[in-house]
Design a protein around this ligand. Sequence first.
Ligand code: RUB
Length: 316
Amino acid sequence: DRADLQPRVRDVAGAIETMETRGAANIADAAADALRAQADGSEAETAAALLAELRAVARLLLATRPTAVSLPNACRYVLRRTGGDSVEAVRASAVESVAEFRARLETAQRDLGQVGANRLRDGDTIMTHCHSTDALACVEAAVDDGKALTALVKETRPRKQGHITARELTELGVDVTMVVDSAARRYMNEVDHVLVGADAIAADGSVVNKIGTSGLAVVARERGTPVVVAAGTLKLDPATMTGNAVEIEMREESEVLDETEREAIGDISVENPAFDVTPPRYVDAIVTERGQFPPESIVTLMRELFGEGPTEPWQE
Ligand code: RUB
């Protein structure tokens, strides 16, 4: 643990850990903000010392939650563009690349929103899972284009991110009906598109998203309902190009059972994975700011954006 990290850095890391800041894009934006706070407030006396602090910030952030690849991608983006011979040069390049990263994040969401909106027709019903700002960007763009939409919103146990989605869709003027997660198949007949986000997309086109996404995709495939994944290129995981698997976060059992329930049940184990992997064959389109892709061809875009593999600029 380092004494030279800014309080804001610890606040950001803490908020990601407790899920006060959650969702892949929001996590990336907060991580960039933590790097900026360190660059701004640092008392480092040499360029090398400031760079070492920024790498330490990245490592602290990376230890918060393992699955959303937007977090390492945000750190990669900023740290690769940060450098210089003086403290001032390092600070200025860090602050500038954070601003650039955040601006790109916003533009990407707007652009992919328009791509996703083009798939949606006036009068369509979507089914959502969890809360994804990328997926909501598609809905917002469709609404801006004058399309009326209806949504079936899955509650999303155990953390009920469906509540956030339901509120935000309502604010956009979408007619919302909430269902418990296990009701998805019961209502699939009424759905024109399943629309979800992603925490990570692997080189083979597999989609890592909130637990329950893969089951939803299988049910949608059974009915021939298209599964659309709204995911900016920030969600592409370059480490999967070299065979690394995406780590699935396992969370506390207290999210599933409270103490009273736990005691009443007795001696059992509880598993609480936060995410699952949807194989590419169940996904119809990955909607990015660079256009929509069938999952099988996403690797081409990954190679273009990341070369043959990642570098890890936060290593000492
Ligand atoms: C959030 C989740 C979201 C993706 C995409 O999980 O699975 O679908 O992160 O979100 P959690 P966005 O609530 O556990 O963080 O499109 O906003 O990046």
